[in-house]
Design a protein. Structure first.
Length: 340
């Protein structure tokens, strides 16, 4: 049995264990949190979960990638022709807009921080609350959100179909006219090409000991020993599970001003155990995607590490060790823009 297969089996058993415990144990205040703590501690003790390097290349239809890129930057996807996907996910700025909350049509401010579009193809679900299972499904969300693009497929397809170049491209690639399914497929294909491969840390994982400094290596070991790797592992160093925000403390009570968006996964499932639970974000470009967390309230990576240690690990990490962990996180940055 390979090490990778053992790791997958372990994660599966952890997930099954959580599901069984939540069914058998009454949902009294504090019980789900206690279970989360116990399962997290077991994962930390096991500490066998691995981080894997991103692939150096991806196999995709180049023409669909090019079409998807055009659509990604096309403001006609919005009701008033002012907002594109790239408005909130700038490819030149690590796939984000650098704002606590993004702005949509008519200057409306959203309620959540825009995650990076880079490496999103490796996420097991999309959006902070996981309401979209695929990138294709995710592409439809902002179009219909009244605060973001405020449009609908009938309007969008009507506008795009008037473009003769789009008519030709969709006919060549899909054998039909412009349609919601084809638009979603092209955008999702482009987004899957946005892989930040060949980071210095990936080169280190592939055997290049000189790729990281001693401080960065120390930061990586601290990242593992403190237990950050219990939730941030795999090829995307996150993006492959849900986790409560506030396992060892009440983040939202301490922060104050709780909103509907803060309920996270609960807004999708309606299950009390999912309140304040979110998709664990990828750390691949974390050094470039401030401000942090779903609420966009944290401005620096050092502060974000300290908050994670406090509320997710129940630890207080010395500043010198925080600095080395941040150095490690900075080594995760790979190439940006489409690899094709």
């Amino acid at each position: 049995m390979t090490t990778q297969f053992k790791q997958l089996i372990f994660l599966l058993l952890v997930s099954i264990g959580l599901a069984i415990l939540f069914v058998l144990v009454p949902n009294d205040e504090g019980v789900p949190q206690l279970i989360e703590k116990n399962m997290l501690q077991q994962a930390i003790q096991k500490n066998s979960m691995a981080i894997e390097p991103l692939p150096l290349s991806v196999t995709l239809n180049h023409q669909k990638v090019a079409l998807g890129k055009q659509l990604f930057h096309d403001v006609r996807l919005s009701k008033d022709d002012t907002i594109s996907c790239a408005s909130c996910h700038g490819l030149e700025s690590a796939g984000v807009d650098g704002l606590p909350h993004s702005f949509g049509i008519d200057g409306q401010e959203g309620s959540i921080n825009a995650p990076t579009v880079y490496n999103s193809g490796f996420n097991f679900v999309q959006f902070w609350d996981g309401r979209a299972g695929t990138l294709e499904e995710q592409a439809s969300g902002p179009i219909h959100n009244p605060v973001e693009m405020g449009s609908n497929w009938d309007e969008v397809i009507g506008k795009l179909s008037q473009d003769k170049r789009y008519q030709m491209l969709f006919s060549q690639l899909y054998g039909g006219g412009v349609s919601p399914e084809f638009v979603q497929d092209a955008i999702a294909t482009f987004e899957r090409s946005l892989v930040t491969s060949d980071s210095r840390f990936d080169r280190y994982l592939r055997g290049d000991e000189k790729a990281l400094s001693m401080e960065e290596k120390e930061g990586y070991q601290l990242f593992r020993s403190y237990g950050c790797i219990a939730c941030h592992q795999g090829v995307n160093i996150g993006g492959n599970m849900f986790q409560n925000f506030g396992v060892f403390g009440n983040y939202f009570k301490d922060r104050g001003h709780i909103t509907q968006t803060d309920y996270g996964r609960f807004n999708v499932t309606g299950l009390e155990r999912d309140r304040y639970k979110f998709k664990v974000p990828s750390l691949r470009l974390v050094a470039k995607t401030a401000p942090y967390f779903h609420d966009g309230t944290v401005k620096t990576l050092n502060e974000a590490v300290k908050i994670m240690a406090k509320y997710q690990l129940g630890r207080e990490i010395p500043d010198t060790e925080v600095a080395n962990i941040v150095l490690f996180l900075q080594s995760l940055e790979g190439k940006q823009e489409s690899a094709l």
